[in-house]
Design a binder for this molecule. Structure first.
Ligand SMILES: Nc1nc2c(c(=O)[nH]1)N[C@H]1C(S)=C(S)[C@@H](COP(=O)(O)OP(=O)(O)OC[C@H]3O[C@@H](n4cnc5c(=O)[nH]c(N)nc54)[C@H](O)[C@@H]3O)O[C@H]1N2
Ligand SMILES: Nc1nc2c(c(=O)[nH]1)N[C@H]1C(S)=C(S)[C@@H](COP(=O)(O)OP(=O)(O)OC[C@H]3O[C@@H](n4cnc5c(=O)[nH]c(N)nc54)[C@H](O)[C@@H]3O)O[C@H]1N2
Ligand code: SF4
Ligand SMILES: [Mo]
Length: 738
């Protein structure tokens, strides 16, 4: 490899070492610093691929010499990367060449969970799956098969399942991630904040982060914009029980009592109204329900909020004035991982309403408006059978489950049906792009469901936890070995993206399209996959859109000119697809469903003396569980630590760096994990990075390293509006390991 391991650590460490540099907030690494610049490197072929080390899908340029990827750089033309990659992006080679990859199809020989498999041919594995699917269909109907999917690799399986007759999907990226936020914003604005979120952070005068630990949470272009905003002296207000990397750049760090964010937001609304610091004209012109809000908000005084949040009333007033003064160029970050406490739609509604009061939607430094125009996707056969039994999301107890577009299936609804057989049995799970065992709360319930299945198939690059309890494992190509389907990116401008493979698939791995198509053939559904390869499909799509395939495949991204209209002007008026056609401060939709039309404060349970609330987040060097075995990223951050307040640690006799064990309210014990004793966290909570301590013995770097936060998350609080699972409702004791 042109980048030696030591150089890689040096480059990537600039980001991972807390994320701070001399110039302030350290953005992702520019290509010039990654290039080794050797003669071979200069002679290397450049291939525009799409980074899949996380969901941001940056453009990446792979340098290839003699059929080997020797370097990865950010694609300068791609708006998500702009010539830079984050540590994980550079570490993509570690995934490609990880010796522990799944190399051939595998069929289970031992009991579920024993980890015993035999090698199989693709034909044998796919025939086995197709026969099982048909058998399940015969006994229980096609709806008894469900797809758990995250990321672009899995998108080809969705039409396959729909063609088979099931529309049952489970998506952790909705149910354990952005679901509540997307529903909260959809109720208020008629649309979600987008992914990538449409935040004009570079021009903000004030930025507010509730959680949203940017700098540890690395979404490449968003962190670049954030760094630019900070560089231009935006006032940063960080609301976080922990002194995060971002808090280190903040004008105000508000170490809030976990779970009380709504109290702070409601008090801010009260102050903005009382002091006339909201955008009157904007509110009058674009919103409904402001009067109702104003008539209820008086109860939320700064003094009241101070008691709830543990933030001084003075700090609450001062920060409200800061955002009021900076209006409308204020970015209240809507968050992404929003499944916190089970009242999450209403907390997201508060963010959305504050944004409207500041007049920040469609304004410079706030949220920009989505690019105009639309492009229709080419498909194979278009009609899908109408399932006899209604999809689970339509009959779930949560009225807005699955109501924010595709890929919005609530995972626990599927899991419950699998365990109970109600409203109807679920007997097969197909899993791709998600480590469902670790993404969903309560691993025991997930295993109870798994043990009720007649078929569990996982398509995987790495033998992670879910693969190791599956009946069949299919070796997947990584993004560096496969085409990335053509996609539409709705940023400031409309753009079209695609990725090319840098190298041929290693071992016996296949790309997602080929897996879906070959399985479809065995199910008599080949008409849905008329193109021989994904490249052929992309070419057909380019023809339809009148885009030059050669240019797109060389550049990885093409912008469509004339689609940009980011801010409100008299000629460029926003459209709100809500029932009233306006921003709904008062939501008639929620009222009809029996929920508070204007958010009301709901307290959450607090830990009793001697226990800590378990909080979790991200490391800049890792993505969830998927990178924990990556040899390059493992060098940067080998195992997680548990952050514990210094005073509390002293009371417990816990020293910095020693191993401790966490025991939760249900008696579940974690693996041993190092204590990070610090002043930088409140005394009522502990914190760790998610994703560690894999149960898979086939992973030499990740097996039982650090502690598994998900294992401790046995309790979860379901949002009654959309079914997403709040996972910060678990309390742990810290026990010294003697
Ligand atoms: N490096 C890296 N970056 C990533 C990812 C990754 O895996 N690795 N994943 C990406 C994805 S899919 C997502 S969804 C995002 C997730 O990242 P975010 O959306 O930023 O997640 P949050 O849960 O908002 O942020 C975690 C922070 O919330 C704080 N916190 C905990 N409880 C509370 C509370 O009650 N109130 C407040 N105000 N703060 C609290 C924690 O101390 C922590 O600092 O990250 C994205 N970026
Ligand atoms: N306790 C706890 N739970 C959480 C979170 C948390 O912070 N704490 N975060 C939540 C959030 S925000 C999210 S978005 C979800 C994320 O949940 P997941 O998307 O499940 O995240 P990963 O753990 O990275 O699992 C991804 C799996 O897909 C595989 N994979 C990656 N790329 C490919 C590919 O191209 N092809 C194939 N076939 N497989 C691939 C990886 O090897 C890995 O096993 O987790 C949620 N759950
Ligand atoms: S943010 Fe980093 S890991 Fe995610 S797609 Fe971009 S470069 Fe890859
Ligand atoms: Mo997420």
């Amino acid at each position: 490899m042109a980048v030696t391991r030591r150089e890689f650590i040096k480059i990537a460490g600039m980001m991972a070492g807390g994320g701070l540099g001399a110039s302030g907030f350290l953005p992702p690494v520019p290509a010039s610093e990654v290039s080794a610049g050797t003669a071979a490197e200069k002679a290397a072929a450049s291939v525009a691929a799409t980074c899949e080390m996380c969901h941001w899908a940056c453009g990446v340029i792979a340098k290839v010499v003699d059929g080997k990827v020797v370097n990865l750089e950010g694609n300068p033309d791609h708006p998500c990367s702009r010539g830079k990659l984050c540590a994980r992006g550079i570490g993509g080679m570690g995934l490609l060449y990880d010796p522990d990859r799944v190399k051939t199809p595998l069929i289970r020989t031992g009991k579920r969970g024993d980890g015993k498999y035999r090698k199989a041919s693709w034909d044998e594995a796919l025939t086995y799956i197709a026969e099982k699917m048909e058998a399940i269909k015969k006994t229980y109907g096609p709806e008894a098969i469900c797809l758990f999917a995250v990321g672009s690799c899995s998108t080809h399986l969705m039409p396959l399942l729909a063609a088979f007759g099931s529309q049952n999907f489970g998506n952790p990226s909705f149910a354990q991630c952005r679901g509540a936020r997307d529903i909260g914003f959809r109720l208020t604005y008629g649309e979600t904040p987008g992914s990538p979120e449409r935040l004009d952070l570079g021009r903000s005068r004030a930025i507010v982060l509730f959680g949203s630990h940017l700098g540890e949470n690395i979404h490449n272009s968003q962190v670049q914009d954030f760094a630019e905003g900070i560089g231009r002296k935006a006032k940063l207000i960080v609301v976080d029980p922990r002194f995060s990397t971002a808090a280190g750049k903040a004008a105000y760090w508000l170490p809030i009592r976990p779970g009380t964010d709504m109290a702070l937001m409601l008090a801010w609304m009260n102050i903005l109204i009382r002091e006339g610091l909201y955008d009157r004209d904007y509110v009058e012109r674009y919103t409904v329900g402001f009067e109702e809000l104003a008539s209820q908000i008086g109860q939320y005084t700064p003094e009241w909020a101070s008691k709830e949040t543990d933030i001084s009333a003075d700090a609450i007033v001062q920060t409200a004035r800061e955002i009021g003064k900076c209006r409308p160029s204020v970015c209240i970050h809507p968050g992404r991982h929003s499944s916190w406490y089970g009242n999450d739609v209403q907390r997201s509604r508060c963010m959305a309403i504050l944004t409207a009061m500041l007049g920040a939607w469609g304004r410079e430094g706030g949220f920009f408006l989505a690019a105009r125009g639309s492009l229709r996707k080419a498909q194979g056969k278009e009609e899908y059978p109408i399932p006899e039994k209604k999809p689970l999301m339509e009959i779930s107890p949560y009225p807005l489950a699955g109501k924010a577009g595709l890929t919005t299936g609530v995972t626990t609804v599927v899991r419950d049906a699998t365990i109970t057989g109600k409203p109807y049995p679920i007997k097969g799970w197909i899993v791709m792009g998600t480590n469902i065992l670790r993404a969903m709360p309560n691993e025991k319930e997930t295993m109870d469901a798994v043990n009720n299945l007649d078929l569990l198939v996982t398509a995987e690059i790495m033998p992670l936890d879910t693969a190791m309890v599956s009946d069949v494992v299919l070796p997947s190509a990584s993004y560096l070995e496969q085409f990335e389907d053509i996609g539409i990116l709705r940023g400031y401008r409309l753009g079209v993206t695609m990725g090319r493979p840098a190298v041929k698939p290693l071992y016996e791995s296949w790309d997602g399209y080929r897996i879906a198509r070959e399985l479809a053939k065995r199910l008599d559904l080949a008409a849905y996959f008329p193109w021989e390869t994904l490249e052929d499909k992309i070419k057909a799509q380019c023809k339809l859109w009148k885009i030059d395939y050669e240019v797109l495949s060389r550049k990885g991204y093409i912008a469509i000119e004339g689609t940009e209209a980011p801010f409100i002007t008299e000629q460029n008026q926003p459209v709100f697809r809500t029932p009233s056609g306006k921003i709904e401060i008062y939501s008639g939709e929620l009222e009809k469903l029996g929920f508070d039309p204007i958010p009301k404060y709901t307290p959450v349970e607090q830990p009793e003396e001697g226990r800590f609330r378990l909080l979790y987040g991200r490391s800049p060097a890792h993505s969830f569980t998927r990178t924990t075995n990556n040899p390059m990223l493992h060098e940067l951050f080998r195992e997680n630590e548990v952050w514990i307040n210094a005073k509390k640690a002293a009371e417990l006799g816990v020293r910095n760096g020693e191993y401790v064990v966490l025991v939760n309210q249900d008696g579940v014990r974690s693996n041993r994990v190092r204590a990070r004793v610090t002043q930088r966290i409140r005394s009522d909570c502990v914190y760790m990075v998610h994703g560690f301590c894999s149960s898979s013995a086939d992973l030499r770097n990740a097996y039982r390293k650090g502690a598994d936060d998900q294992g401790l998350i046995t309790r979860y609080a379901i949002d009654p509006i959309c079914g997403t699972t709040g996972m910060r409702v678990n309390f742990v004791q810290v026990v010294r390991e003697i």
